[in-house]
Design a binder for this molecule. Structure first.
Ligand SMILES: Cc1ncc(COP(=O)(O)O)c(C=O)c1O
Length: 481
């Protein structure tokens, strides 16, 4: 009698190949600086290199891993290169990667407390730690009226906040009846595009998102917010949500939370604060001023997956009143009923997010916090801010470049004084060199370069070299135009 074939990886194979993968990752980090930061492949090139058909028979793992190096790496833009200065970072670290690996290894799905109590309780605990680490308002702790949950992204967090705001403003009837087109929300022109998307998804309609004017530092003008709310009320509309940002995507502008919070409080409007990247800075007492007024917010989110050395995806989302969020998102089909839920003594995070299922994301954040300790995290954040401030000083001292916006933390917006064409060409040349990767924005309708320092391994020498390169290439571009 022949034995049944077994296609699974055996524990011994897993051990062997697992070590090979960890070695591969360690080697990758050792040589990441040797790759062009921005991938150079042409559209379609990666697909063209892959077999048209899936393999009928399993392949040897070493061959698969070899193909990662040969076929996949050319199509990678190296976010973990210390020369990555683009967008906002999505940094990671050894403890985060290992936490992620363990999460996959355990392979649990933590939709209910009962489906893995440790998944829920570690998350609650770590999110309470984060409240204390960043000195966020106490109302966001789970032993208060609110609590925190890990979402995949700031986009999801802002959407959940908008849904709860929508429900609260309609006395929890829009879930049943739908929206009647009268709900309106407010954000500045600098607010992340995820709010516009949330308006579409939540059924408020993007025409009902009001863009509030900004000041010369690109921060929301509270007096214009108040004016627009008043006008909307006079038209019989129902203002329900304001999104303020701590560190806007284009320029790191800090919206004035005390004034915005006061208006929202008086008007009974849900205030959501998006601190996607900059929130992490509050781990250092000297940068906590960015959160002044946060005690007036109904919800808050920031992304450890941007600047807190925790690989994507990990967004910490807090609400002041968890009952509002749960009432908005909870549905309980028979197949999810269980004794623990019925006691009311446990948190079921499925009621705090859009999907039902959820990964064990708190493991990686727990690993990061325990590995670095609060002081270790502070050291690196201060280092990044100091490097950005040094870069800003060089720009200020240069007669060819100027700052395009205030640089309060780790993002510097700057431009060559010669106009848009020079800046566009300079950026293109820098990125084609493969030595650095920067991105751009438009501020006051002028093409602006952004240099953001937040990659885990960026050191002074990388920033010095970037500045040197920028100057050299500026000279070349100046001669061309
Ligand atoms: C201020 C701000 N909010 C939200 C987001 C969206 O982040 P996520 O990818 O976590 O949805 C970003 C992304 O850069 C951002 O800068």
């Amino acid at each position: 009698m022949s034995e049944e074939p077994i296609f699974h990886m055996t524990p011994d194979e897993f051990r062997r190949y697992g070590r090979a993968v960890v070695d591969w990752i360690a080697d990758y980090y050792e040589r990441v600086e040797s790759f062009p930061v921005l991938s150079r492949v042409q559209p379609g090139a990666i697909r063209a290199s892959l077999p048209a058909e899936p393999p009928l028979h399993g392949e040897a793992f070493p061959a698969i891993l070899r193909d990662v190096g040969e076929l996949i790496i050319p199509g990678i833009t190296h976010w973990q290169s210390p020369n990555f200065f683009a967008f906002f970072p999505a940094n990671t670290s050894g403890p985060a990667i290992l936490g992620e690996l363990l999460s996959a290894g355990l392979g649990i799905q933590g939709m209910l407390w009962a489906t893995s109590p440790a998944c829920t309780e570690l998350e609650t605990h770590v999110l309470d730690w984060v409240v204390d680490m960043l000195e966020l308002p106490r109302k966001f702790r789970s032993d208060s009226t609110g609590g925190g949950v890990i979402q995949d992204s700031a986009s999801s967090a802002s959407l959940c906040a908008l849904l709860a705001a929508r429900e609260r403003a309609t006395r929890y009837t829009s879930n049943d009846k739908g929206c009647d087109g009268r709900l309106v929300a407010y954000a500045s022109s600098q607010t992340h595009s995820s709010i516009e998307k949330a308006m579409k998804i939540a059924g408020l309609g993007r025409n009902n998102l009001r863009l509030v004017e900004i000041d010369e530092a690109f921060a929301m003008r509270p007096e214009d917010l108040a004016r627009q709310i008043k006008r909307d009320r006079s038209l019989g509309l129902v203002p329900c949500y304001v999104c303020a940002t701590v560190g806007t995507t284009s320029s790191n502008a800090l919206d004035p939370l005390p004034e915005i919070g006061k208006i929202c409080g008086e008007e009974g409007i849900w205030l959501h604060v998006d601190g996607a990247m900059c929130g992490t800075a509050a781990i250092c007492p000297e940068y906590r001023y960015i959160h002044a007024g946060l005690e007036l917010a109904d919800s808050y989110c920031f992304n450890p997956h941007k600047w807190m050395f925790t690989n994507f995806d990990c967004d910490c989302f807090y609400v002041a009143d968890r009952a509002a969020l749960i009432q908005t998102l909870s549905v309980l089909p028979e197949y999810l009923r269980n004794k623990a839920t019925e006691t009311g003594a446990v948190i079921d995070y499925r009621d705090w997010q859009i999907p039902l299922g959820r990964r064990f994301r708190s493991l990686k954040l727990w690993f990061v916090i325990r590995h670095y300790g609060v002081e270790g995290l502070r050291w690196h954040i201060r280092q990044h801010v100091e490097l950005a401030q040094q870069f800003a000083r060089w720009v200020r001292e240069s007669d060819r470049f100027e700052l395009a916006a205030p640089a309060p933390l780790n993002l510097v917006c700057f431009r060559h004084v010669g106009g848009d064409t020079i800046n566009e060409r300079l950026l293109d040349r820098l990125n084609r060199s493969g030595k650095v990767y920067l991105t751009h924005t438009k501020l006051n309708d002028r093409y602006t370069l952004r240099l953001c320092i937040g990659q885990t391994h960026t050191e002074a020498r990388h920033v010095q070299r970037a500045w040197q390169l920028i100057q050299e290439m500026a000279t070349e571009v100046e001669q061309e135009v």
